[in-house]
Design a protein around this ligand. Structure first.
Ligand SMILES: [Zn+2]
Length: 65
């Protein structure tokens, strides 16, 4: 298992869920575009990325996975 955003392999990992892909379809954030690209309603994230995502401070340039 690894963070699908930053590529971290140490964890701990958490799963981010959205109810509908439509809910993220208009977002410009990298993580939203990632979910749309993959057509998946879940994203495996390390705790750091997940916390930042919910704060709205997940930087686009952290994406490395
Ligand atoms: Zn991460």
């Amino acid at each position: 298992n690894r963070c699908e955003y930053c590529g971290d392999e140490n964890g701990p990992f958490e799963i981010h869920h959205v109810r509908k892909l439509k809910d993220v379809s208009k977002g410009t954030e990298k993580w939203k575009q990632l979910m749309i690209q993959r057509k998946r309603k879940t994203l495996v994230l390390c705790k750091t990325c997940h916390t930042d995502l919910h704060r709205g401070t997940l930087p686009d340039n952290r994406f490395a996975a």
